[in-house]
Design a protein. Structure first.
Lengths: 397, 340, 384
């Protein structure tokens, strides 16, 4: 931008001087753009209100309190057809979060394995990983989802030939049915114990770090924390008198009734998103690791670090700096792609919102909810990742 | 923002703007020279384009009948295929002039959505289809079943109501599009398939083993399917409604595509009135059409029975019986208001 | 001083010896690349086991047991299902793909008129190939022809409604044709719009910058499917009564908006990579903002981001498959539609169709990514 003001002509205030004054021109264009934007915005608003008035469609968010009237196959919270539209959308939102969070974890794990595999000295492993990446990266995610859905449905037995697994679990093409834990009185002790364990573990870690800084002696923090996290809740559970019963799935006339079910739609969407996104994450990881200068590895060996420690303490922390920004966008992509669950009938946000939109005709309101939710997720993830990135960034002394 | 304007401009430049469609739809239609008809993207027997792009089906024939009534030319019609979501906006925004898209007439749609319904060209009801191997004979035995259903339809709501009212449990498996519901049912993802009964017959046919599935006798809802127009244009509403009545009345009088010319010489004053051969008849002109509007409909499209048989009747793969859609004289519900 | 008596000095070089056997032979290669350490050996064994477990079955299903010819579904059904195959058979039903191939390409475009999309495809290749080869001159004119003249011409040829061209409405368009049109128009629109947005985002005018940032971030923050739903359901509500927008155009608008936001970020990356000296140099020459942008900045920035542009295009190409969710029949949509075709419904039809669609998408995307890698190498002129 030519921002520096040019020397004003002697007369100073002629019309031409305004036209050629960059500041004035900048202002003029901004006002013009703002005016056009406002006009278009007003025009759209005006048309929309007129269209809505003509079609007698009520606007506003009151419809969210109305009775939904439709059922949802999979819900994390209690939901019936008597619940409100608002709750239906919320059920979808929770399902989106669920599939996105487990998908992100799995995709990261697979991505790491594949990414490291491509860098492997083992020719066969490297080639296999390359094939994996090139196949998944170049197919639309929607197709991957369909493949997995077909695959999951096709591979699993019909409900009458359910696979019986240990612990009263059953696997068939209606999903994985497992006993539903029903907590009795006093069960509140368990989460309290867990909370205490987390606090204790953090305290131990703090203390161990201080001691190592002071004396150089290491403490087995990980094992202690693990023992605390497992042990305390079990202790609480025992003290409360084991207040846990199970609701076992039983074969009914059509289906297994009772218990909890993980639907195949969820599994298919989860696996498809994980495997698809993993191919992108693998490339990110590979680029990150290759981005660490070779001298770092050599210096680490010169210091006598073992290869595993070299990777853990030298290569990965540096690679992470390169990896985190693109990794963030892959996480966001996965979250956004979970909206494709609609294609295979997984009741996530877009699916339950779409049904609501159809039943109520409140297109604008529902779309605005979608936009708000996805934007919030994006912004929250970006903020978190920026914070994490700043924490990991090179601190120059 | 910038681009919305851009898109609007492109839209205007490339496709031409429909002129204001609010007041006199008939004048618009006559001016542009064709009827713009909102139909389904593809439902065998009702509206679907064949491999070479010709639209056929029961609803499509209604569009053609309307074109015949207005232009004496059943080909002067264009189709706007819509999904369940876009159908109402398509009509509301003036994208189409009339909707023949197996749409259930409900009070909500008649009032809150700004549409008008008056006639029912197909009486349908929601039913269930199950594999024979399940050995189910009544919908009341379906407690605990997994039910495949298409989302965003009255079907989904009726299903919830029915199971709730009868205190049955079920597990809904909901899909966005019909082909996906079919595939899921076929794969055994669910025990029961529910949709309008006419749809069930056509879907059963598209399964790889139709004989292994039965449609249960229960009908759990009333699904009167009829044409809809925008509110606020009574003349156009009349034309659409009376096109249907003319088709039904023609069947009642036994006027067919083949004998309509002979029938013009009929002595029966009612037939003569319908076909517009009474000298002083003003029926057509009062509608805003020619006096031989009904003659044109029958000449080009046939009567209601012919339309039914040609597209969805016993001679077609769908093999749907007339049932409720028989004439009132034959125990059905199809009843034309008097044309006089 | 002691004189050194030279004992023996070789006057010619030793003949090269063959490499040690363990390095030169195939065995040596295997040892170095597959069995270097016990861990590697274990991994190799596992990988080979995986391959043995999956590949033969896959090959059998895809090729050896597949049905290649047949008139209808009986060819791909087993005896028990009423077909000609032995019971227990399963394999790909390529006969289905062969029979429906034209539909997969053109959708329900009238059969007699299908020379028109072919003509457009020929024109497209004619214009595209020279632009892809770095050595061919007249890139500017070529791009103008491809991105401005060609789309308009193609629209009139495909849509018709005049002269010898009978009108073919967009609801009848389908198949690969629609996939290609959507992605091509998406890229042709998103490139200029994306450049403007990127410039706007780096502008020093707060109003313009804010508008561009909001647009880019909102679109990038939401899934494409919601943008498509928006274009499909809400666009008609935004327009005055009686203005109508064709369904196809709506999807096109949705896709183009979406691509523009992503393109803007790619271009911004390029803009940021241009050293400040280039801006200052241009300023010192007295160039105006647009002259500077057009003559100095953009040529360098765009060259830097060609791989990014191709990658955006690959993403866009894959994403067009989502229009099948809003009821359009792109390649994936039309393939799925045929799963319910009474003539071809069999248990293996869906898998076959999906694999075919996947392969077509893969072919295009893989080709493009190879081209992108090639351009990256070609353009790597030390601009780091």
């Amino acid at each position: 931008m030519t921002d520096h003001a040019e020397a004003a002509p002697p007369d100073g205030r002629s019309l031409a001087s305004y036209i050629y004054n960059p500041k004035f021109r900048g202002l003029f264009f901004q006002v013009l753009t703002l005016a056009i934007t406002l006009f278009v915005g007003w025009w759209i608003f005006d048309n929309t209100t007129e269209n809505l008035a003509r079609s007698n469609t009520a606007s506003g968010y009151q419809f969210l309190n109305g009775r939904a009237g439709f059922d949802i196959g999979q819900s994390l919270i209690p939901y019936t057809s008597d619940s409100t539209y608002g709750r239906a959308i919320f059920v979808g939102f929770l399902n989106t979060l669920l599939v996105a969070s487990v998908g992100i974890v799995t995709a990261t794990v697979i991505g790491f394995i594949i990414g490291l595999g491509r860098l492997s000295r083992n020719w066969l492993i490297a080639k296999l990983c390359t094939v994996y990446v090139e196949v998944f990266r170049n197919i639309p995610v929607l197709l991957v989802i369909f493949f997995f859905y077909k695959g999951v449905l096709g591979a699993l037995p019909q409900v009458r030939d359910s696979l019986e697994l240990p612990f009263s679990m059953f696997l068939n093409n209606r999903g994985l049915a497992f006993p539903k834990p029903v907590w009795g009185d006093g069960a509140i002790l368990v989460p309290i114990a867990l909370l205490l364990a987390v606090i204790a573990a953090l305290a131990v870690a703090q203390w161990a770090k201080a001691r190592q800084a002071a004396t150089g002696r290491q403490f087995r923090t990980a094992r202690t924390a693990f023992a605390l996290l497992i042990g305390l809740p079990i202790l609480g559970f025992l003290i409360a008198g084991m207040p846990l019963t199970f609701d076992y799935p039983v074969a009914g006339r059509f289906n297994l009734t009772g218990g909890s079910v993980v639907a195949p739609e969820f599994v298919a969407l989860y696996l498809a998103l994980s495997f698809y996104t993993a191919s992108f994450i693998a490339e990110t990881i590979r680029a990150g690791i290759k981005g660490v200068p070779k001298g770092q590895t050599e210096a680490a060996s010169a210091l006598g670090l073992q290869p595993s420690n070299t990777t853990r303490l030298v290569v990965v922390p540096q690679a992470l700096r390169i990896i985190i920004p693109p990794l963030t966008s892959q996480y966001l992509n996965l979250t956004k792609n979970s909206s494709l669950g609609i294609a295979i009938g997984f009741p996530e946000l877009v699916a339950t919102g779409g049904t609501t939109m159809n039943q109520t005709g409140q297109a604008i309101e529902v779309v605005s909810i979608w936009l708000a939710v996805y934007l919030s997720i994006s912004i929250a993830t970006s903020l978190f990742m920026n914070w994490f990135n700043a924490k990991m960034a090179l601190v120059e002394r | 923002m910038k681009k919305t304007l851009l898109s609007a401009t492109i839209g205007a430049a490339v496709l031409g703007l429909g002129s204001a469609a609010s007041a006199a739809t008939l004048d618009d239609v006559k001016a542009k020279g064709f009827v713009q008809c909102v139909v389904n993207t593809g439902l065998a027997g009702f509206s679907a384009p064949d491999a070479s792009g010709n639209w056929t089906g029961f609803d499509v024939d209604y569009c053609r009948a309307l074109a015949a009534a207005i232009f004496n030319d059943p080909s002067k019609v264009k189709f706007t295929p819509t999904t369940a979501q876009t159908r109402f906006t398509a009509l509301q925004s003036g994208e189409g002039d009339v909707m023949f898209r197996n749409t259930t007439w409900t009070i909500n749609r008649d009032t809150a959505l700004g549409l008008n319904f008056r006639t029912v060209n197909y009486y349908d009801g929601q039913g269930f289809m199950v594999p024979k191997s399940l050995d189910v004979s009544s919908a009341l035995e379906l407690s605990g079943a997994a039910v495949c259903v298409q989302s965003g339809t009255t079907t989904e709501l009726n299903l919830a109501d029915y199971f709730k009212a009868n205190n049955l449990e079920y597990n809904p498996v909901v899909f966005e599009k019909l082909p996906e519901v079919n595939a899921a049912y076929q794969e055994g993802r669910c025990d029961v398939y529910t949709t309008d009964q006419s749809g069930l017959y056509s879907i059963r046919l598209s399964l790889s083993n139709p004989d292994e599935h039965i449609v249960l006798p229960e009908i759990i809802s009333k699904e009167p399917l009829g044409p809809a127009v925008r509110q606020g244009d009574d003349q156009w509403f009349d034309i659409v409604s009376w096109t249907h009545f003319a088709l039904v009345q023609a069947e009642e009088f036994g006027i067919t595509q083949a004998n309509v010319d002979e029938m013009k010489n009929s002595e029966n004053p009612e037939i003569r009135r319908l076909l517009g051969v009474e000298a002083d008849s003003k029926i057509g002109t009062d509608l805003g059409l020619d006096n031989d509007w009904a003659y044109n409909i029958i000449k080009h499209v046939g009567n209601y029975g012919e339309v039914f048989e040609r597209n969805i009747g016993m001679s077609t793969p769908l093999k749907i019986e007339r049932g409720l859609n028989a004439l009132w004289t034959k125990g059905g519900l199809q009843y034309a208001m008097p044309i006089r | 001083m002691t004189s050194i008596t030279t004992g023996f000095v070789r006057t010619d070089l030793l003949p090269p010896q063959p490499a040690p056997r363990e390095n030169a032979s195939i065995l040596g290669w295997v040892r170095a690349n597959l069995l270097a350490t016990p861990k590697d050996a274990l991994l190799t064994v596992l990988a080979v086991a995986l391959l043995l477990w999956t590949v033969p079955g896959m090959l059998n299903w895809l090729f050896f047991d597949a049905v290649w010819t047949g008139a209808d579904r009986t060819a791909c059904l087993t005896g028990a299902q009423g077909g000609v195959q032995p019971n227990g058979w399963t394999g790909a039903c390529w006969a289905f793909v062969g029979e429906r191939f034209e539909q997969f390409m053109f959708g329900r475009y009238p059969i007699d008129e299908r020379w028109r999309p072919m003509l457009v495809a020929a024109l497209f290749s004619l214009l595209l190939i020279p632009i892809l080869i770095p050595k061919v001159p007249y890139k500017g004119w070529n791009a103008l022809a491809l991105f401005v003249v060609f789309p308009i011409l193609a629209f009139f040829i495909l849509h018709g409604g005049f002269f010898v061209f009978q009108e073919v409405e967009t609801p009848l368009w389908g198949g690969l044709m629609v996939t290609l049109i959507l992605s091509f128009v998406g890229i042709a629109v998103s490139l200029p719009v994306g450049i403007l947005l990127a410039l706007g985002r780096r502008s020093q005018m707060p109003v313009i910058r804010t508008l561009c940032v909001v647009f880019i971030e909102v679109i990038r923050g939401v899934p494409l499917i919601t943008v498509l739903f928006m274009a499909n359901v809400m666009l008609p509500l935004f327009l005055p009564t009686g203005w109508t927008i064709d369904n196809f155009l709506r999807a096109l608008i949705g896709v183009a908006l979406f691509a523009s936001a992503y393109m803007a970020e790619v271009v911004r990356g390029g803009l940021q990579a241009i050293p400040k000296g280039q801006y200052e140099g241009a300023d010192s020459l007295g160039l105006s903002y647009w002259q500077k942008t057009r003559l100095i900045i953009m040529p360098q920035a765009l060259k830097l981001v060609i791989p990014g542009i191709v990658n955006t295009f690959i993403g866009l190409f894959k994403d067009t498959s989502l229009v099948s969710i809003i009821g359009m029949f792109d390649l994936l949509g039309i393939v799925q539609l045929n799963f319910t075709d009474i003539n071809w419904i069999t248990p293996v039809t869906p898998s076959t169709g999906l694999i075919f669609a996947g392969f077509v998408f893969w072919l295009f995307c893989f080709g493009m990514s190879r081209y992108s890698a090639f351009m990256e190498r070609h353009l790597d002129t030390g601009h780091k």
